[in-house]
Design a protein around this ligand. Structure first.
Ligand code: SAM
Ligand code: SF4
Length: 329
């Protein structure tokens, strides 16, 4: 096996790093309803530890890093980490996923540090509904954060919309129109059953095909060619739109054959697959003083352990122990 090629001939070039399991929102599809167990500060990787891991990752061929959470912008001194990560040689792309609530204050600093691609999660354009879905009355902050990202010059700006029947399925066309007048990539994400306490129900699930059919009532969607930095989204655009439409179909269309990613949890576990609990502990060796070469070997082990595809049984019940907020999406 070459350094970053797995047993199924996939080249692993992308690492998603969860910098905290804490969040200022409580999205109903992400956080558990009860018994939310948060990590102690001493259990999460320090910025110095994350950097050591990332330097090893760059040396085995990771080119793209996404900082996520929980909510990355709530971790103290997050900008220190961002600046250092942007300076690790070997990374072609450093991006973040945020709920946008603190983005208005941070957008310029993030951009100046070298983060130019951003994903903002926003499931509704209705402030009342936002409070219901996110558990906090923060629509205005998130919306202003998104506007600020645009003003500062982030490109692309991806807007993550988890599509849930009975919740935001009446806003699909409104989001589609937003992609016409704004340079946003609106990405509809299929609601996934993640975590043992998931509130996922079959009747709330809305497939990408259903969403696409509804959007096509506005006009034809033209396919957009994928670039090497693309994730699993299928990309489209309406004629003369400033932005795009994307579909992330974790359940209806397995994207496993194209999976190029690993995940690092806030407490220092490398996860080969979003949908399975298999994890490699990287924190203990790190705290026992392991070398860069040891870290690279751990990455290679995680790559070898990537399953060919995720277990079909996730349809219907929560996959894995950890909620999405503890994995990073
Ligand atoms: N707090 C940040 C945010 O919300 O953008 C980053 C972390 S969040 C876990 C990352 C992404 O995972 C968000 O876009 C969120 O909508 C998505 N997500 C969380 N739970 C999900 C679920 N059950 N199904 C599909 N997407 C989910
Ligand atoms: Fe927080 Fe993001 Fe999960 Fe919402 S989706 S609860 S913003 S981590």
């Amino acid at each position: 096996m070459a350094g970053n090629v797995d047993h199924h001939n996939r080249k692993i070039t992308y690492l998603r790093v969860s910098v905290t399991d804490r969040c200022n929102l409580r999205c109903m599809y992400c956080m558990p309803v009860k018994d939310l167990k948060l990590l102690n500060h001493g259990d999460i990787l320090s910025y110095e530890e994350i950097l050591k891991v990332l330097q090893a990752a760059a040396e085995i061929g990771i080119e793209k890093v996404r900082l996520t959470g929980g909510e990355p912008l709530v971790r103290r001194h997050f900008m220190h980490l961002v600046k250092s990560v942007c300076q690790v040689s070997g990374f072609k792309d450093v991006s973040i996923t945020t709920n946008g609530v603190h983005l208005k204050e941070k957008a310029q600093e993030l951009f100046d540090a070298g983060v130019h691609r951003i994903n903002v999660s926003l499931d509704t354009l209705n402030p009342v509904k936002y409070a219901k879905i996110a558990g906090r009355d923060c629509f205005r902050d998130a919306w202003e954060g998104l506007q600020e990202a645009e003003a500062v010059g982030f490109s692309p700006i991806k807007v993550n919309v988890v599509a849930i029947r009975g919740m935001n399925d009446d806003e699909l066309l409104e989001f589609a129109r937003l992609s016409v007048r704004k340079p946003y990539h609106i990405r509809f994400i299929e609601y996934m059953p993640i975590g043992h306490d998931s509130r996922w129900k079959a009747e709330k699930y809305l497939s990408s095909d259903e969403i696409k059919s509804e959007l096509e009532t506005l006009g034809p969607l033209q396919k957009v060619l994928r670039s090497s930095l693309d994730g699993p989204a299928e990309r489209y655009r309406f004629e003369s739109a400033r932005g795009e439409i994307g579909f992330i179909s974790g359940l209806s269309h397995h994207f496993c054959p194209a999976c190029n990613r690993l995940r690092l949890t806030a407490d220092g576990k490398l996860r080969p697959c979003l949908f399975t609990d298999d994890e490699l502990d990287i924190k203990t060796p790190l705290r026992n003083g392991c070398s860069r070469e040891d870290l690279k070997r751990l990455f290679q082990e995680a790559i070898v352990r990537k399953p060919r595809q995720h277990p079909a049984k996730i349809r219907g019940k929560g996959a894995g122990r950890r909620p999405m907020s503890a994995i990073g999406g």
